[in-house]
Design a protein around this ligand. Structure first.
Ligand code: A3D
Length: 320
């Protein structure tokens, strides 16, 4: 069986980490694409030289030309600029929208059958624009945010409760902004929902509220610590779990920014909701029924995403 081809558009911090994980997990051969000359070639060679030590087989190719991604099975997009301290994700909109146009055209020409995962921020607007520019079917393109936000929430819960992260489930839905919706009711430790853990006295309501708030601001916490960029290990691991579910037809149910066409009362936006990812891409969108309070939070988050999409249309009227 021929190896799968995984194209990584953007060979920066997340791109390099993705490339390493693809090798370690033997998911396929890697094309690293970046406008920065030498960077994708250098990172590719460096990782290839680690392969004999770790014992994996994968070919690494660095590229500055989109023809290199021809026939890719999966494309993961991180091209663009990340946040610096003091910047919001939305400050990146104008610059990264232009990048999405170039990337979308490249995918349209050379990898129209790929499953595409967008990571570039502001996530929900960039994946929307990338779908428009690439013309991909909405089932073949998703944004990575929910897996990361949920992983952050899971980490905080596991640390607080003192159990393995493996036994903690959590869901964070809505847009990838500070008004994301950590869904406490559907988050659990060993199957016990968090509100029940509060009743049992394992954690206090104040602890839970603090973890929700820390999750919402999780990206900013890392930006403030790093000072020169944003998170990359956990974002890369999260996108790899989505790619793996597609490549291996695992049919995992993961929170992703997916194209909604009436689900959750939303039409034509990409919003973080639970989806099933299998060999056909997004095979199912899970339409959870919200309580009144959750619905209000979700709608606020949707309104922020709508605002960003409207801003994209103003900057580039061809998107309107
Ligand atoms: P960084 O290390 O700067 O890498 C970005 C790479 O993109 C650089 O190597 C650039 O040379 C390259 N690039 C810029 N323009 C182009 C272009 N037109 N074509 C190809 N490559 C280009 O950033 P990073 O890897 O840390 O982050 C990448 C993106 O992910 C940023 O937009 C971040 O804000 C975003 N991000 C999203 C999340 C989510 O959870 C959604 C988390 C963390 C970072």
């Amino acid at each position: 069986m021929a190896r799968k081809k995984i194209a990584l558009i953007g060979a920066g911090q997340i791109g390099g980490t993705l490339a390493h994980l693809v090798g370690l997990k033997e998911l396929g051969d890697v094309i690293l694409f970046d406008i920065a000359e030498g960077v994708p070639q250098g990172k590719g060679l460096d990782i290839a030289e680690s392969a004999p030590v770790d014992g994996f087989d994968a070919r690494y190719t660095g590229a500055q030309d989109y023809s290199a991604i021809q026939g890719a099975d999966v494309v993961i997009v991180t091209a663009g600029v990340p946040r610096k301290p003091g910047m919001s994700r939305d400050d990146l909109l104008g610059i990264n929208l232009k990048v999405m146009e170039a990337v979308g055209n490249g995918i349209k020409q050379y990898a129209p059958d790929a499953f595409v995962i967008c990571i570039t921020n502001p996530l929900d607007a960039m994946v929307w624009a990338l779908q428009k520019f690439s013309g991909l079917p909405p089932t073949k393109i998703v944004g990575m945010a929910g897996v990361l936000d949920s992983a952050r929430f899971r980490h905080f819960i596991a640390e607080k409760v003192g159990v393995s992260v493996k036994d903690v489930q959590a869901y964070t839905l809505g847009g990838h902004g500070d008004d994301m919706v950590p869904l406490v009711r559907y988050s659990s430790v060993g199957g016990v929902p968090l509100p029940d853990l509060v009743k049992m006295g394992w954690i206090s309501q104040a602890d839970l509220d603090a973890m929700v708030e820390r999750t919402r601001k999780g990206g900013g916490e890392i930006v403030a610590l790093l000072k020169t960029g944003s998170a990359y290990y956990a974002p890369a691991a999260s996108a790899i779990s989505m790619a793996e579910s597609y490549l291996k037809d695992q049919r995992r149910m993961l929170p992703c920014a997916a194209h909604l066409s009436s689900q959750y009362g939303v039409d034509g936006l990409f919003i973080g909701v639970p989806v099933v990812i299998g060999a056909n891409g997004v095979e199912r969108i899970v339409d959870i029924e919200f309580t009144g309070e959750e619905k209000a939070m979700f709608e606020k988050s949707v309104a922020s995403v709508q605002g960003l999409v409207d801003a994209c249309k103003t900057i580039n009227p061809s998107l309107a």
